[in-house]
Ligand binder design. Structure first.
Ligand SMILES: Cc1cc2nc3c(=O)[nH]c(=O)nc-3n(C[C@H](O)[C@H](O)[C@H](O)COP(=O)(O)OP(=O)(O)OC[C@H]3O[C@@H](n4cnc5c(N)ncnc54)[C@H](O)[C@@H]3O)c2cc1C
Length: 403
């Protein structure tokens, strides 16, 4: 039997997950990634729920928990580094039955990729520059090299998806900017270290935090108010904006800004959501951030990227490859769930980096109240516990992949 082919653009979280499950559905996936190798560094993610369940079905749990972090506390400090408020993160572990871990996004991406790399055609350092659909296939033009044909093309290429742009139109049509920019970098040897504690410092409209990583590394995360129209695109300009924005900051701000000189990798992006009327068109579909980025404020984007990849592949398996039917069912199954996650993240926007002193004060009072037994559970339980159930699909060749 000739296997149907699918070109997946993007080897982040959704892309390798999709390649894995598409093979289980009897497809022949090809993965194309713009970067010359898997991306490293970046930031850490909290990981639980259905994404965690899918990772388990892929046989990844042991490794994820081995390399992951088990954060103990989120601590907010004042100008002099004194604890103002905070809460123990046990509540997340209780709500998830211990199935909760924090890990590097690039570590999760690597583990997913390792699951598929030997059995999947992978093309690095290349990208799709043209997509043309005909009656029975999609003709794809690559930036470097020839044109090729595939039965399906799937965009798993993140917030700034080019598959989305080429198929559905320019990003501004779908982007909802939430008013903040996020930046992150890591380096070795920073002191002090507060192991497994996420230490956060805020001023109106901006927060900066640090989190200890393995091998004496430290991750720094900035979230601050900025105008979307004037965001810098070069590394040097981005550093300048960070220095301008945090120049008056107290706590460890001067030291952290000085450390910026020691890094040549800075993650820098708008905090935006992607909201589209539909996630597929003809033989092209989108998964993960490309389709519905919920933003970092949902704290669940990676899990959602994995869920969407799993469901899309599963619906293709169930529909015996009838992509139109599968794409419609994929979206019908996930749409309301994703909408709720996006709405929740949007509501949470102001709490992450409140724009006024009163807002900061109020946010800290709410966090302080988390110490009241049961209150944290009550406040965040709805966002943590997934109500959706993962369907079981008709995988044709699952045993090959679950070892
Ligand atoms: C600071 C921060 C904190 C976060 N915290 C959490 C958290 O706690 N929990 C959580 O679950 N999620 C979190 N997220 C969100 C999460 O990282 C994303 O939702 C997730 O990475 C989306 O996966 P993806 O595969 O759709 O896209 P990505 O992970 O962005 O991967 C896209 C891939 O496509 C590649 N690519 C881009 N353009 C092209 C192209 N034209 N051609 C080929 N390849 C291309 C990119 O190089 C990349 O490898 C956070 C995000 C940020 C920014």
């Amino acid at each position: 039997m000739i296997r149907k082919t699918a070109l997946i653009s993007g080897a982040g979280i959704a892309g390798p997950t999709l390649a894995y499950w598409l093979r289980a559905a009897g497809f022949e996936p090809t993965l194309i990634e713009r970067a010359p190798a898997l991306r490293t560094g970046g930031y850490v993610i909290d990981f639980w729920g259905l994404g965690y369940d899918i990772a388990e079905r892929m046989g990844l749990l042991r490794e994820i928990n081995r390399i992951g972090y088990h954060m103990r506390e989120l601590r907010i400090v004042d100008d002099r580094g004194k604890r103002v408020t905070g809460f123990g993160t046990n509540v997340f572990r209780e709500l998830t039955g211990g199935r909760y871990v924090t890990l590097g996004r690039s570590d999760l991406s690597r583990l997913l990729f390792e699951k598929i790399k030997d059995a999947t055609e992978v093309i690095f350092d290349n990208e799709i520059v043209g997509i043309e659909e005909t009656a029975d296939h999609v003709r794809v033009q690559f930036k470097h090299g020839d044109e090729r044909r595939f039965d399906l093309v799937i965009g798993a290429d993140g917030l700034h998806s080019d598959v989305r742009r080429l198929t559905f139109g320019p990003q501004p049509q779908f982007e909802k900017y939430l008013g903040y920019v996020v930046a992150a970098f890591e380096l070795r040897g920073y002191r002090p270290r507060d192991e497994d504690i996420y230490v956060m410092y805020g001023q109106p409209g901006q927060m900066v935090g640090r989190f200890t990583l393995h091998d004496d590394r430290m991750l720094f995360l900035f979230v601050f108010v900025a105008d979307r129209g004037s965001l810098p695109t070069t590394f040097d300009q981005q550093k300048v904006l960070l220095r301008e924005s945090y120049g008056d900051g107290k706590w460890e701000c001067p030291r952290i800004l000085a450390e910026l000189d020691r890094t040549d990798e800075l993650y820098f992006d708008p905090v935006s959501q992607i909201r589209m009327g539909g996630w597929s068109q003809g033989r092209v579909a989108l998964v993960g951030d490309a389709a519905f980025c919920v933003s970092l404020l949902a704290g669940q984007g990676s899990a959602l990227a994995m869920i969407s990849a799993y469901v899309l592949a599963g619906e293709l398996a169930n529909a015996d490859g009838r992509h139109d039917q599968a794409f419609a069912r994929y979206e019908a199954f996930l749409r309301a769930y994703i909408n709720t996650k996006q709405e929740g993240a949007e509501r949470f926007t102001g709490a992450f980096a409140p724009k006024t002193r009163q807002g900061l004060w109020f946010r800290n009072q709410v966090i302080r109240a988390f110490a009241i037994p049961g209150l944290a559970r009550f406040a965040v339980g709805g966002d943590i516990i997934d109500t959706l159930r993962l369907p079981n699909y008709r995988w044709s060749s699952i045993s090959e992949f679950t070892t």
